[in-house]
Every structure is written in structure tokens, then in C-alpha cells.
Ligand binder design. Structure first.
Ligand SMILES: NC(=O)c1ccc[n+]([C@@H]2O[C@H](COP(=O)([O-])OP(=O)(O)OC[C@H]3O[C@@H](n4cnc5c(N)ncnc54)[C@H](O)[C@@H]3O)[C@@H](O)[C@H]2O)c1
Length: 290
């Protein structure tokens, strides 16, 4: 089986970019969110992403109409009956994802592959929302932000993921130019476990008054070759998601992965990151001002 038609559920930061990478590879993509306004906004943002990439040589001028024409939009998963694979990228909330899986269960063709882009929820736990017959077709495909640029996809096998399904999904990622790696369904998977351990030290340095966030971001970029510093990245993915993942890691690994008090304070103060105007840094119209 080759994957030609992809359904993406959730047209937020990740879902819209995941739709883009499949559309760039000439797959037929259906992008869905709860409201037509959300999907229209996502399409407008993708057009801008393509424009800025054309300016920098990432895409050719003629790619834009072809890529956008490969994406159709929907506000209901009922439109997903012909999809070979569905990737769920809705808000990181287990109950919400579970409700969507029950809807998908009722409309998808029997051999459709279903993947979650969850950052932190167990794939084996999420699989339990599907009927037993579908659980073997479910796995994790963890893309990284921005998905149009980041090559890595963690392919996560749950308890019951069929190895053949994992093989097909892995090939689908390679087919669109990604570099998939295999990870078992351990909490935090591989990359976030490493990332959050590093963030813990970075935040401790700020809490101790040893460094500013800005100096640590500069240190990681210029000293370690990271494309973006830890505090910039936390603001980009949102402090809300940082807190959620951190708490899930703490539940699983105890003191080895303690949620830092400053993350809880930023969250309680509503300083949720770049798209909210304030996080570790201040922003205006999404651009850093301080
Ligand atoms: N932000 C990151 O850097 C990142 C990286 C890797 C994985 N993830 C994971 O990707 C997923 C999405 O994260 P995001 O950052 O794109 O979030 P986001 O808030 O930008 O987007 C979530 C989207 O889901 C939509 N949604 C909510 N309920 C829905 C429903 N019932 N049906 C359809 N759409 C619905 C929302 O309207 C929103 O557009 C999460 O599971 C997150 O853990 C995020």
C-alpha cells in the first residue's frame, strides 16, 4: 500500500505544516479544523510560508499554485472516508483526541492508517480509544516544528501497532523527504526526553540568576550549533505545551524531570509565548520586541 491521500485533523501550527509537507510531495491532502475560519487562516499562512520560502530559494515560484491546489479543506472528519492515512494534530488533550478517534473510527476505510502527532501522550493509551480492529493501524508520527523545515519524524510504535503499518508509515515519511527514526512508546519518546532534560538546566541557570534567557539562547546557538535557543523555542511551542509535556515527564520520571517553578509561574501569569505577545520574551505581531 502506498499513501496518496492524507487527512490532517487540526489546522494549527503543526497540522497546517504537516499538510504542507505532504502537499509539496504531490500527495492529496484534506486539512480539517472545527471552523472554516481556522482552515482559511491556515491556508493563508501556508501561502505566506511558500512566498517567504520562494524568496529564499526553498521553493520555486511555480510550486505555490500546485501545492495549494493539493490541499482541500474540511470542517468535519466525514470528508475522510477515502484517506489512506490520517494524521491527528489537534491540541494536546487526551480526551479531545479520544473523541476525534471515535469519530474517525466510524468513517475511515478499514485499512486506513491513523497517526497522532502528540508530543507526550502515550500512543498505546491513545490507541485504546479506537475499536479493537483499528488499534493495529494506529501509531505515532512525531513531526518537529516547523515541519516544513525539520527533517526528523519520530515513528512511535504502540503496544499493538502492526509492524507492516509502521513500515508503510515510515516509508510515507521518507517519501516526502523526511528522515524517520524508530522509537518505542516510552513517555516523552526520545527527542523530548533529551530536550526537556536540557531545558531543566537552562531554566535552573536563569532561576539561579547565573544567566539571562537571552545569553543562554546565544550560548546554545553559537556554542552548540542549535538553530534556536531553549527560551526562544519554549516561547514558539507555547508555555502551555511546555508545562503539559513537563508535567507528563515528571509523572513518568519523578525528580529526574521536575517541572521548573518558573514555567508554572509564566503559565499562571498568562505569559504563554510568542503568539500571545509575552512569554520569556515580549512580542508584537509575533516579532520579538525585547
Ligand atoms: N507545537 C509544537 O512545536 C509541536 C511539536 C510536535 C508536536 N506537537 C503536537 O502537535 C499537536 C498540535 O499542536 P499545535 O502546536 O499545532 O497546536 P495548535 O494549538 O497550534 O493547533 C491545534 C489545532 O487543533 C484544532 N482543534 C481543536 N479541536 C479540534 C477538533 N475537535 N477537530 C479538529 N481540530 C481541532 C484547534 O482549533 C487548533 O487549530 C499537539 O498534540 C502537540 O503536542 C506540537
Amino acid at each position: 500500500m502506498t499513501i496518496q491521500t492524507i487527512g490532517v485533523v487540526g489546522a494549527g501550527m503543526m497540522g497546517s505544516e504537516i499538510a504542507l509537507v505532504f502537499a509539496l510531495a504531490d500527495k492529496k491532502v484534506r486539512l480539517m479544523d472545527t471552523d472554516q475560519g481556522f482552515v482559511d487562516k491556515a491556508m493563508a499562512k501556508l501561502a505566506k510560508t511558500l512566498d517567504s520560502g520562494i524568496g529564499r530559494g526553498f521553493y520555486a515560484e511555480e510550486d505555490k499554485p500546485r501545492v495549494l491546489a493539493n490541499i482541500t479543506t474540511a470542517t468535519d472528519v466525514k470528508a475522510y472516508g477515502d484517506c489512506d492515512m490520517v494524521i491527528e494534530a489537534v491540541t494536546e488533550d487526551q480526551e479531545l483526541k479520544g473523541r476525534i478517534y471515535k469519530e474517525l473510527d466510524a468513517v475511515l476505510k478499514p485499512d486506513a492508517i491513523i497517526a497522532s502527532n502528540t508530543s507526550s501522550i502515550s500512543i498505546s493509551v491513545l490507541a485504546s480509544y479506537f475499536s479493537e480492529a483499528r488499534q493495529k493501524n494506529f501509531l505515532g508520527l512525531h513531526f518537529f516544528s516547523p515541519a516544513s523545515r525539520m527533517k526528523l519524524v519520530e515513528v512511535i510504535s504502540g503496544f499493538d501497532s502492526d509492524p507492516e503499518v509502521v513500515k508503510i508509515a515510515t516509508a510515507a515519511c521518507a517519501d516526502i523527504g523526511k528522515s524517520p527514526i524508530q522509537v518505542k512508546d516510552v513517555v516523552g519518546f526520545a527527542v523530548n526526553r533529551i530536550l526537556f532534560a536540557m531545558w531543566d538546566e537552562a531554566i535552573r541557570l536563569v532561576e539561579e540568576g547565573a544567566c539571562t534567557p537571552e545569553d543562554i539562547d546565544t550560548g546554545c546557538k553559537l556554542g552548540l550549533g542549535h538553530p534556536v535557543g531553549p527560551f526562544e523555542l519554549m516561547d514558539n511551542i507555547t508555555i502551555d505545551l511546555t508545562l503539559k509535556v513537563s508535567q507528563i515527564l515528571e509523572d513518568a520520571y519523578g525528580d529526574r524531570m521536575h517541572t521548573r517553578p518558573t514555567i508554572k509561574q509564566l503559565h499562571a501569569a498568562g505569559r504563554l509565548g510568542r503568539r500571545y505577545g509575552r512569554g520569556w520574551y515580549k512580542y508584537q505581531d509575533g516579532k520579538r520586541v525585547e
